[in-house]
Design a protein around this ligand. Structure first.
Ligand SMILES: [Zn+2]
Length: 224
């Protein structure tokens, strides 16, 4: 292999590394965990809101009933004051309402317990989310540093490439999934992994060392 083709392969290696690093940033495994935790947290938030609405509703009904009881008690007192007899019915009504208030209070208590359980369930999720976020941030910082390093190396190496070759490589790389230059390994193109006809391989081997071939299958710059 002669210059500038070993340089070209170095550039290709660095570009592949850069693509992989960028892809890792896009698809940090921690992000998947974050998404999953996030949706569990959202579901819990919905459940909590539902319970909260029930608690609020019950509390409202309870307080309305309590006001009614107080009003009835006042009214009964007035009637009793005036008549001093026949207060039995009113007392029974009050008892029934009092019983209902007790039931509402019990139900509210149950719902509040349920709410506490949901909050307890959410707590470790919040902690896990915070941890995952911190790890994701750390990983991203590391990856960005690695990208910067590889970019610097790539820029330095690429100065050794003739413009025409660099342009051709870039064009191919854009159209062929990030790989514009490949080695001829035995009789296989390392870019498309297809076997070349032996006549073609022989022809390529007879080319001068400073000349590149083109893979007849994928069109990539084939370095021999
Ligand atoms: Zn090929």
């Amino acid at each position: 292999m002669a210059e500038p083709y070993d340089t070209l392969l170095q550039v290709q290696e660095l570009d592949t590394e850069l693509d992989q690093l960028r892809h890792r940033i896009e698809a940090l495994p921690e992000r998947a965990a974050l998404a999953e935790l996030g949706s569990r947290q959202a579901a819990l938030a919905v459940a909590m809101a539902e319970v909260q609405a029930l608690v609020d509703d019950l509390a409202g009904r309870q307080s309305a009933l309590e006001q009614q009881i107080a009003a009835s008690a006042r009214r009964r007192h007035e009637i009793e004051e005036r008549m001093r007899s026949g207060g039995v019915t009113a007392a029974r009504d009050l008892q029934a309402m009092d019983h209902e208030v007790g039931q509402l209070a019990d139900r509210q208590h149950d719902l509040e317990e349920e709410e506490i359980l949901l909050m307890e369930e959410e707590e470790p999720l919040d902690i896990a989310l915070a941890e995952h976020r911190a790890t994701a941030v750390e990983l991203e910082v590391e990856l960005r540093a690695a990208i910067e390093l590889a970019q610097t190396a790539r820029a330095a190496v690429a100065t050794g490439l003739p413009d025409e070759l660099a342009e051709r490589y870039e064009r191919l790389r854009t159209h062929l999934g990030g790989v514009g230059a490949a080695r001829l390994v035995g009789n296989r193109c390392d870019g498309c992994h297809l076997t070349l006809p032996s006549v073609e391989v022989e022809r390529i081997h007879q080319l001068p060392a400073d000349t590149f071939a083109t893979c007849p299958q994928c069109d990539r710059i084939l370095v021999h």
